[in-house]
Design a protein around this ligand. Structure first.
Ligand code: PGA
Length: 243
């Protein structure tokens, strides 16, 4: 299995023209590009080798949900992956584990591949609560779908490492991969999953993570806003196998 690299553009760039340029500059096989909603279609029409992902969805199938976007609507315009439960949504918009569970269920029902984000704050890590936080986010986030045959991506993103320039260490990530497998494997035989790392990944540190076959890829924010940089990260990933 090759590494899975996901570009999370967050609320960037500012204009459609810039989005088109960035999509062109980032169009490489093995990359999943997740632009803001208004740019999805244009980015989808621009890329030839990369795949399209969204940054969120809503669980309703249609109807009276002002401002929301459904899984089917995303699927219909060529979206294949969807980020769910990013810490910026949990922290700034009050997204709960229960909401995450409904979004995961809606994504799977529509045939989208969910990227479930989990991770602890600095205070939680310092208090020795990393394991319990991640376990709760996984178990509650997947409780609606655990008995159905499904395939997901788990992105471990320690919140203190996001956008700070200070990533977690590969050693700590390897422990987390083990931990996540131990939480998920006994729960469900129907679930297959890969585990990727997110939080200040750049072309300078990507190799230290990708060398380990247990680390299946990366969720990249800031560094995905430069075409050259994200392409470099994908190329580094291609040198290594995943398990
Ligand atoms: P970062 O963001 O690479 O800028 O740290 C990662 C993310 O939030 O997905």
């Amino acid at each position: 299995m090759s590494k899975l690299i996901i570009a999370n553009w967050k609320m960037n760039p500012r204009t459609l023209t810039e989005a088109r340029e960035l999509a062109k500059a980032s169009d490489i096989e093995g990359l999943i590009i997740c632009p803001p909603f208004p740019f999805l279609e244009e980015v989808g029409a621009t890329i030839r080798k990369a795949k399209l992902g969204a940054q969120d969805l809503f669980w309703g199938e249609g109807g009276a949900y002002t401002g929301e976007v459904s899984a089917d609507e995303l699927k219909d315009i060529g979206v294949e992956y969807v980020i769910i439960g990013h810490s910026e949504r949990r922290q700034n918009l009050g997204e709960t584990d229960e909401m995450v569970a409904k979004k995961i269920a809606a994504a799977l029902k529509a045939g989208l591949k969910p990227i479930l984000c989990v991770g602890e704050t600095r205070a939680e890590r310092d208090a020795g609560k990393t394991g319990s936080v991640v376990q709760r986010e996984l178990e509650t986030g997947l409780f609606l779908t655990k008995n159905q045959k499904s395939s997901i991506v788990v992105a471990y993103e320690p919140i203190w490492a996001i956008g700070t320039g200070t990533p977690d260490t590969p050693e700590s990530m390897l422990e987390m991969v083990e931990f996540i497998k131990n939480v998920l494997n006994p729960q469900s035989r129907a679930l297959t999953f890969s585990v990727i790392y997110g939080g200040s990944v750049t072309s300078k540190n990507a190799e230290s993570f990708f060398r380990h076959k247990e680390i299946n890829g990366a969720l990249v924010g800031g560094a995905s806003l430069k075409g050259e940089e994200i392409k470099k990260i994908v190329e580094i990933g291609k040198k290594y196998e995943s398990r």
